[in-house]
Design a protein around this ligand. Structure first.
Ligand SMILES: O=P(O)(O)OC[C@H]1O[C@H](O[C@H]2O[C@H](CO)[C@@H](O)[C@H](O)[C@H]2O)[C@H](O)[C@@H](O)[C@@H]1O
Length: 256
């Protein structure tokens, strides 16, 4: 049974990112964890050397490294050149293992109508941004925070129209419709059932509400969970890291 979040619940132990990674399997979120938050999804900056550092980290872990993100696998590959690293995209719904096998959810006619509608409606709301992720769609309002109410109402309307197979996902100044049934916790659990993850202890690192399922799954396997940044929101993570820069510095150290 997974933990649940309560504002009165203190983390059981406060830990920083571990300097000894032997025996660990590492699960890394991307936006707000590995990369600094940027004004738009395409404006993120991948610091020079980061893809190579991730490859070194994966090698140090004998392949037991997975990127677990709300982005699509295709976008992750383009941004981070991660072809040799396992990736789980769309908050758990889309997967590519370290051997390169990709699993993608199907869409429906109703979802395709919602995709077109969202694209058109957001074009009429200046400052908002449509993100097409294949089997998930996102409405961003970071550049137009006053539009939050309209964006939420629109996404709730689309959620009713697409039916039970998709679910609303809140994020950092974004509302998404993602496939129902597999979250980041299920993704971590599935990785941990197979090689090269199976015999290791999970370490989940993330910053956002969608990462809480991953923290719960890692905690449930007697693993480690580390939250990046702190906006005051209660979290199941048992450890803290200050910022994406601190996570990148840790990767550089432990992968060296
Ligand atoms: O699970 P993650 O890897 O953390 O991905 C979550 C979402 O991240 C992206 O949006 C967020 O980051 C953008 C770039 O910094 C920022 O502009 C936006 O406001 C944030 O919500 C991404 O665009 C989404 O698809 C991911 O689901």
């Amino acid at each position: 049974m997974h933990d649940t979040i309560s504002s009165s619940q203190a983390p059981r132990a406060i830990r920083a990112l571990p300097e000894d990674i032997s025996g660990l399997a590492v699960f890394l979120d991307i936006d707000g964890t590995l990369l600094d938050i940027a004004p738009t999804p395409e404006a993120v900056i991948v610091p020079p050397g980061l893809p190579q550092a991730l490859e070194r980290l994966s090698a140090r872990l004998d392949g037991a490294l997975a990127l677990v993100t709300g982005r699509s696998v295709e976008t992750v590959d383009r941004l981070l050149e991660t072809a040799g690293i396992a990736v789980c995209g769309l908050h758990g719904a889309e997967q590519r293992d370290a051997a390169g096998r990709i699993t993608r959810p199907e869409t429906t006619e109703a979802f395709e109508r919602a995709r077109a509608l969202l694209r058109n409606r957001l074009a009429l709301l200046p400052g908002t941004l449509f993100e097409d992720k294949g089997a998930a769609i996102a409405a961003h309002y970071r550049l137009a925070p006053d539009r939050e109410g309209e964006v939420r109402a629109l996404m709730a309307e689309l959620a009713r129209e697409v039916g039970e197979s998709w679910v609303l996902q809140q994020g950092k100044q974004v509302v998404e419709l993602r496939p129902r049934g597999r979250d980041k916790g299920a993704a971590l659990t599935a990785f941990m059932a197979v090689e090269p993850f199976r015999t290791r202890r999970p370490l989940a690192i993330g910053d956002d509400v969608t990462d809480e399922a991953m923290f719960a799954a890692a905690n449930g396997l007697d693993g480690l969970s580390v939250r990046v940044g702190d906006d005051g929101r209660p979290s199941l993570a048992r450890g803290r890291a200050a910022s994406p820069a601190a996570v990148r510095a840790w990767i550089a150290r432990v992968a060296a």
